[in-house]
Design a protein around this ligand. Sequence first.
Ligand code: WTA
Length: 650
Amino acid sequence: MEEKDLVVLLNEKRVFKPSKKLVENSNVMKWMKKKKIKSYDELLKKAEDIEWFWNEAAKETVKWKKPFKKILEQENNYSKWFNGAKYNIVFDALDKHKNKTKTAFIWEGEPEKEVRKISFKQLYQEVNKLANAMKKLGIKKGDRIGIYLPMIPELPVAMLASAKIGAIHSVVFSGFSALAFRERVNDEAAKLVITCDGFYRRGKIIPLKKAADEALMETPSVEKCIVIKRTAGEKVDWNEKRDLWYHEIIKKEKPECKTELMEANDPLFILYTSGTTGKPKGIIHDHGGYAVGTAITLKWVFDLKDKDIWWCAADIGWITGHSYIVYAPLILGVTSVMYEGSPDFPNPDRWWEIIDKHKVTVLYTSPTAIRMFMHFGEEWIEKHSLKSLRLLGSVGEPINPEAWMWYYKFIGKEKCQIMDTWWQTETGNHCITPLPITDLKPGSATKPFPGIQAKVLNKEGKEIINAGGELVLLKPWPGMLKGIYKNPEKYQKTYWEMYPEIYLAGDVARVDSDGYFWVQGRDSDVLKVSGHRIGNSEIESALVSHPLVAEAAAIGKPHEIKGESITAFVILKKGTEISENLRKELIEHVGKEIGKLARPDEILFVEDLPKTRSGKIMRRVIKAKVLGQDTGNISTLSNPEAVEELLKAK
Ligand code: WTA
């Protein structure tokens, strides 16, 4: 047996059982007792009746204004859940809490002195004021609202206000560039944009309004831009016809606003994510199914109770933040921590300080963050007690067993189970994940959530175990995407073409003999850099948009902290001289086109790139060569000699 296989086997055999106390007190166990379900296996088995299970989940989480007629209708790979129900997610996320003085968000600004506590009642009033102001600007049900904001409380306010009046929000991560924001705003033809003057990042102010101004130079659909004043006086340019200060327009508005009664299937938001082509796709989620899916998973996986202090340390600009900072915690009525800044600013113990200060009980973060903290060393952790923590979570990329063990030992003090949750922008909520009653294996996301049926298939569509294959979901679930905005062909092609009527996740995974899932990563055309999803071809398109670049190929290399790093091979236009300045310029160019997160770590200049006879660049071959792996049969390439040349790249 090879050493590699031995390591795999050892990991598979290493099991971490939950304590009896955790199991007995867990939300899921209490529910199982009510339903007379005796074991985890029985729960999974019973939930194979998806209509029964998801209706039960809905009863645990939401209140329809009018009951649904049919729980599930399927047509042409689109699923309608709870069809006929009258609903708006805002009823559960906000309106039902309107009189509560309990804190909804504890917000920590990056500057340590800035802390705000916002009660459910205050949140309700603030949302209503903005919703009224938006109505006065002529925003109606179905209009798209482009939101370009950092981690400030006004971001959830803007999302909820849009949802309240039936508009569709589309949040763009504040780290994306002006051009990336413009592309999204134009794709969805947003009528209104909401942004802020600037925000803090590592002690500096990032001038976001400036980026928004640049984006809005070519966005014909945008009529108005609401600007939040986040900083103490960052100067901004002002377009009198278009721009409005948030604090001025909400000043005169009433703190009450009627919530628009929607269909459960009406769209709630669009969130753009990367796929295999150069253009990001707008994933659509709805009000009803999404509410049920996110709330039940948060309630059962992270076991949140009334007294918990929950911290999902993601950015709201990504799906993790939409689902588990904004909607699900609000539906459950729990208190969340929200942090504006960088994890290591001013020191690498900023997070641990926040946990002790606010007595956080459940922390949810990414493997990249965990590996970064490992790298800083344990001395930063030992200064803090972290004794309030009772459960931990991981998301966004595979967690390697070493990082898992470190997280378990140094953050969880060997007392906290780790919920490694596998899911996607498209799935809306956790799909493969432990529950507090699940035995854990470090590095495995364990088993499907009840009501989700996952398998690993080979190319022929046959189920396989103990070998890598395509991860698929066999049955629909309420939180699943409801389409790709204005692109039904792409929806069919991306998710439903490879195996008819089966959802293709686009990940490679393995199931072991105990039925545990080990997700290995994306298949070759999407990168995960620090947990951020970036299409290889997005980086390539950005590079070839530079006047001196003829062709480009971007690949991911394993990286100790970030999971993957980006290496781009570039063929320059004839006669262009290679220089260090040009290399830097190209890296910055990608930053300008997409955002800092997509800047290549390495640019290598080559004369040629391996291609098929039809001219397609073979990233797979390039990657294998660069990593010293078997390149497979290259005799069918039009230029096999280009493969060896890669190693001579400058
Ligand atoms: C990866 C993030 C392994 C996976 C919620 C998936 C994971 C992609 C895990 C979706 C996990 C997410 N273990 N891989 N626990 N969670 N992934 O859309 O490749 O940003 O397809 O959603 O992240 O990324 P997205």
